[in-house]
Design a protein around this ligand. Sequence first.
Ligand code: AKB
Length: 320
Amino acid sequence: MKKIMVTGALGQIGSELLMELGRFYGSDNVIATDIRLGAKEIAHSGPFEILDVTDGKRMAEIAAQYQVDTIIHLAALLSATGEEKPLFAWNLNMGGLVNALEVARERGCQFFTPSSIGAFGPSTPKVQTPQDTIQRPTTMYGVNKVAGELLCDYYFHKFGVDTRGVRFPGLISYVTPPGGGTTDYAVEIYYEAVKRGKYTCYIQKGTYMDMMYMPDALHAIITLMEADSYRLKHRNAFNVTAMSIAPEDVASAIARQMPAFKMDYQVDPVRQAIAESWPDSIDASAAKEEWGFKAEYDLDRITTDMLAKLQQRYCLPEAK
Ligand code: AKB
């Protein structure tokens, strides 16, 4: 049975991944770590340790204490916050990653960390962006993601660490809101629809980005980690996506279920510029071929689930 250490475990992905890993491998085998205590670790009945990922010594101690053989490294600053605090983003994103890779190397752990559509830039082909293509991102987050992809490749080739990873698109979920991302509008819109029946979008109409629902993202992580190594040609940065959408597509999907819902726009120039530097759509065929990636949720199915779950939480009547 695996012994899995998760960093950034109380974040948007981590808080749901803990539950999924617990179901799959047993909660006692999932060691959650985060820089802070939060309400979410209560949902995880297994071990929890406070960890600042820039502290490599403490990370190694926790890994040794629990005899960890798998590391899922999620702790990172997202794209918009990375532009506000670029040096902090570099130190946290790269420092945390290299510490986690070092622990994986020393202990012979399997290793997963997510890259992002943010690893692409304005000179990347914008439509159906191929798996292997130009990567010249213009954000600090993107620079970190490209360097991270290369570093994971390096640890595989140089030290034989079984590194794996995907390039996540924007992730839509109802458990823990994301923070500081460019794609966050696609989550906020559902919260605002349920709470206020309207939303002011910071991303301009007609701006396409890839998105995916959290259950598909969790399934992708576990499927890739369980995939036979010999099938993987790319290993570290598989394009994965469910759909390419613009804000008005999400608004229309919500309005189909909540006819009174209204959206207007107040564009944030920083996040708009980031969005415009990213692909409109990415090609996930390498992930499909090499380890059977498949997304189950389309926009209407996501919308039905998001509205129902948020309505339950905020005790409001069901959407019609
Ligand atoms: C962000 O918007 O920064 C993230 C991402 C696409 O990596 N959600």
